[in-house]
Design a protein around this ligand. Sequence first.
Ligand code: NDP
Length: 252
Amino acid sequence: MLDLSGQVAIVTGGSRGIGASIAELLARVGADVVITYHRDKRAADRVACEVRSFGPECLVVRADVSKPADVRRTVRAAMKQFGRIDVLVNNAGIWTYGAIGRMSERVWDETLDVNMKGTFLFCNEVVPHMKKRRSGRIINIASTAGQRGEAFHSHYAASKGAMIAFTKSIGPELAPFGILVNNVAPGWVDTDMSASALRVPASLRQVTKGIPNRRVATGEDIAGAVLFLASEFSAHLVGSTISVNGGGVLVG
Ligand code: NDP
């Protein structure tokens, strides 16, 4: 019943990890996909091959999501190739260590620029196209860190908390135009980003102990929630956050 044939989705940071799983799942239900990458073109090309193996088309664009010119170029390329944008998934993100009292302004700015400003820039470019068609879905990938905070990652938590507040604001602003904006907030997910914590057996055991579902998430677990938000089955969700954390952090 889930069929996004004829629809076009942009997935930022679609070259690896959660973004790659999202791009592949959207393609499996028929959507053409635009994936952006920052540094790893080979990885992006591998995801594009996988997407095309399901039938849909895939456009690969290099873009630093924190740079307005890159974002504009990506949206223009998507419109030129496909003529429409139905779904925007703001997934690209970074997670670095930062102890307060010793965090440089550069580290703070970089995190806020990629995670939050990148989300704003993409929404700002895509919304006028969605408004014209009075239809669209925007799905922002937040984090449990934005819901409950995260010690030694206050810059990351602040960026993700800001994404949640941003979504709660533009959700009601855009719903009258048929554009639905929501968040997915993952807990621990096994990707390159979390490798320093999850690919060390003792640390993985410790993390898993705190998760009632007794495992960390896969990229596919997160992609499933994104697909729901991109589909007709979420037609009455506005500004909400779906927590995909195995019960690890019981926050709404
Ligand atoms: P990965 O580190 O595995 O992948 C990050 C992706 O973002 C890559 O495609 C990378 O591109 C891209 N990217 C990084 N910086 C930029 C930039 N400046 N401009 C454009 N693209 C960029 O991360 P995950 O897949 O784990 O994370 C995806 C999202 O999920 C993030 O927003 C993250 O905060 C969130 N999340 C992840 C959790 C986890 O445990 N993994 C938990 C909660 C939330 P490239 O490879 O080309 O550089």
